[in-house]
Design a protein around this ligand. Structure first.
Ligand code: GLU
Length: 267
C-alpha cells in the first residue's frame, strides 16, 4: 500500500500539465494570445509596435498569473469571424477580443469571465439626427462585422427593415460611414466610443444600448482547469483595483460610462 501511495505521489510530482490545456501551453513561460489590432481603447497595435488597451491589460494580467511575462506573449490578430477557429486550430491559446459569451460559441470553445459588460449601440454621423435607435433605420444602410453578435442581432431583429453591409473589420465600417456609403455602424457601445475619439467632430454614438454583451476570455473547449485559473485572475484583477485603473486609463478618455465590475459566472 505504502509503495503504491509513494509511486502515485511520485507520478503527480513529475507529471506535466496536459498538452493543449492552458497550463500545458504556458508551462514554458510563453503564451500566444488572440487580440484585436484596431479597436482604440480596447486593443490597438500602435505605429511604434506596442499593444495598448483594456483587453491588452486583461490579457497581460491573466498571462502573469500563469507565470508568463508580457514580453513572452506572442500577440496574433484575431477578427470577429475567426475567433473560434483560431482557438480550435491551436493558432492561439487564449482569445481576449471583445468576445461576447454566447451559447452558440460555447459549442466550440469555452469561456472564462465575464470581465466586462457592454451593450450593442449605433454609431452615426454627427449631423444625422434622424437616427435615434435601431427602429429608425428603415430603408437605411447599416454596417457591421461578419461573425459578430451585433450583425447576427440585426439579421434576426431588423433584417426586414435595414440593409446590412458587412465588413471583416470595424474601421472599414467607420470609413464607409464617414464617406456616406452607410448610415450607421452597429457594435458594442464601448467599441464605438473608441472610434468617436478619433473623429469627435464628425461622429456620435446614439447612446441607447439594446443588448447585453458579456465579454469572456475564450479558451480551448473543456479546459476546466484553465477556465478556473482565468476566472480567478479576472477576480483578482477586479479586487486588486487593476481592472478599474485600466478602464479609467484606456476607456475613461472616450467618455463611455464605466460599468460596475461583473460577477464571474462561467465555470
Ligand atoms: N461583442 C461582440 C461579439 O463578440 C461584438 C464585438 C466584436 O465583433 O468583437 O461579436
Amino acid at each position: 500500500m505504502a509503495v503504491v501511495v509513494l509511486l502515485l505521489l511520485g507520478l503527480t510530482a513529475c507529471s506535466h500539465p496536459a498538452p493543449g490545456t492552458l497550463a500545458g501551453k504556458s508551462d514554458n513561460g510563453t503564451l500566444t494570445i488572440g487580440i484585436r489590432f484596431d479597436q482604440p481603447g480596447l486593443a490597438e497595435h500602435t505605429l511604434d509596435g506596442r499593444f495598448v488597451g483594456f483587453d491588452v491589460d486583461v490579457a497581460e494580467y491573466v498571462a502573469r498569473k500563469l507565470g508568463v511575462k508580457p514580453e513572452n506573449i506572442t500577440w496574433r490578430e484575431t477578427t470577429s469571424a475567426t475567433r473560434e477557429t483560431d482557438l480550435t486550430s491551436g493558432r492561439v491559446d487564449l482569445v481576449v477580443a471583445t468576445y461576447s459569451i454566447t451559447d452558440k460559441r460555447k459549442q466550440l470553445i469555452s469561456f472564462a469571465g465575464p470581465y466586462f459588460v457592454t451593450g450593442q449601440d449605433l454609431l452615426v454621423r454627427k449631423n444625422d439626427t434622424a437616427i435615434t435607435g435601431p427602429e429608425t433605420l428603415n430603408g437605411r444602410r447599416l454596417c457591421s462585422v461578419t461573425g459578430s453578435t451585433p450583425a447576427q442581432e440585426v439579421k434576426n431583429r431588423f433584417a426586414h427593415a435595414v440593409e446590412l453591409v458587412e465588413y471583416p473589420r470595424y474601421p472599414d465600417c467607420v470609413t464607409a460611414l464617414l464617406a456616406g456609403q452607410v448610415d450607421a455602424v452597429t457594435t458594442d457601445g464601448v467599441i464605438l466610443a473608441g472610434y468617436v475619439t478619433q473623429n469627435p467632430e464628425l461622429l456620435r454614438v446614439v447612446g441607447k444600448p439594446f443588448t447585453d454583451e458579456r465579454y469572456g476570455i475564450g479558451l480551448r473547449k473543456g479546459d476546466t482547469a484553465g477556465q478556473a485559473t482565468v476566472d480567478n485572475a479576472i477576480q483578482d484583477m477586479i479586487a486588486g483595483g487593476d481592472w478599474l485603473a485600466s478602464l479609467q486609463r484606456n476607456i475613461g478618455p472616450s467618455g463611455y460610462p464605466l460599468p460596475a465590475p461583473p460577477v464571474v459566472t462561467e465555470r
